[in-house]
Design a protein around this ligand. Structure first.
Ligand code: UDP
Ligand code: MG
Length: 315
């Protein structure tokens, strides 16, 4: 049994798979760590799976999982963790933006007895000003909700077998991996790393997918939007009380204001506030609907171990 499993979600990473496997092999072999690489092809549209098969042909420590379609990074990470057999499991990106050397540093921390080792970004790389501000806002909310400092956390981490089993036992479909690993608790260490430039391929995150990601995870992990809606409702209520009293006084004094503008403004304001609130509640409802359907998180179409096809065999 290998001691370290490295889970690598890969979506359209044909340019990076071979290189990542080579680099990890070099670094881990040199450090004398026995390992397996669990590459999860998240329904790529390019030749990522062929590259994984090729890498598996060369190295029997490679396990490849092929999804039937794109299920998203969280699902890929989850599938990789479910397949990993190591005593300790690391999760890192397949594009070498998470440096392999940091993996060794994390492993040493694990040997010291830490159960979760979180990778913390030293800087956010060359992201745009707006991107950094939005990320700051998003992680601010998440930090409040999880009561853990989420600023600069990443999906790069190492977890003891116990922690992996705890995470795998959580029943929810909408999983925010970055926060879940701290939510389960355990003895945690932090290791800083510098985000490397992507060497090949491109980032899969558009501005729109980031907004969706942020909103989905805020909803999956917190009730902050619901509190915001209630709070907004409270403020509207207080304002309307003031308006009512003011209008009544004016009425009894006999100079009621001619009210077209006020009326139409109030109607529009309240109408949109109600729509917005309903939208937020609806979003939660949709998430609950997804959860109660209890569909699988992902569908695996093929699994390989080295050069063998092990689809269907129980590991
Ligand atoms: N990824 C994935 N499924 C997706 C999108 C991304 O498995 O739907 C993987 C991707 O292959 C990479 C990691 O998640 O290994 C991080 O993605 P990316 O490099 O695009 O994100 P960035 O580094 O720009 O935040
Ligand atoms: Mg990347």
């Amino acid at each position: 049994m290998s001691r370290l499993s490295v889970v690598l979600p890969a979506y359209n990473e044909e340019l990076m798979v071979g290189k990542t496997c080579r680099v990890l092999h070099e670094v881990l072999a040199e450090a004398g760590i026995s390992y397996e690489l669990v590459l999860v092809d998240d329904g790529s549209k390019d030749h990522t799976w062929e590259e994984i098969l090729k890498a598996g042909g060369k190295d029997s420590n490679i396990l490849g999982v092929h999804f039937s379609r794109n299920f998203g990074k969280e699902a890929a990470v989850f599938a990789g963790m479910a397949q990993a057999t190591g005593e300790v499991v690391a999760v890192m990106d397949c594009d070498l933006q998470h440096p392999a050397e940091t993996l060794i540093e994390m492993y040493r921390k694990w040997e010291e007895g830490y159960e979760v080792i979180e990778g913390i970004k030293k800087s956010r790389g060359n992201e745009s000003f707006l991107h950094k501000k939005c990320a700051g806002f998003f992680y601010g909310i998440m930090s409040k909700a999880t009561k853990v400092d989420m600023q600069n956390t990443s999906d790069f981490k190492m977890m003891d077998r116990k922690v992996v089993n705890s995470i795998l036992s959580l029943p929810e479909r909408n999983m925010f991996f970055r926060a879940t690993s701290s939510w389960v608790g355990y003895k945690t260490a932090y290791v800083e790393f510098e985000v490397h430039e992507r060497e090949g391929g491109e980032s899969k995150w558009s501005a729109w997918s980031l907004i969706k990601y942020a909103f989905t995870n805020i909803v999956a992990f917190t009730t902050a939007p619901l509190q915001f809606v209630s709070f907004g409702g409270g403020i509207c209520f207080v304002c309307s009380l003031v308006m009512i009293i003011y209008s009544l006084i004016q009425y009894f004094r006999g100079h009621a204001i001619e009210g077209y503008t006020t009326t139409i403004l109030l109607l529009l304001l309240i109408g949109s506030a109600i729509m917005l609130s309903l939208g937020v509640i609806g979003y939660y409802l949709a998430k609950i609907y997804e959860e109660v359907k209890r569909r699988p998180r992902y569908i695996v179409s093929q699994i390989i171990h080295g050069n063998k096809d092990v689809t269907g065999s129980v590991r």
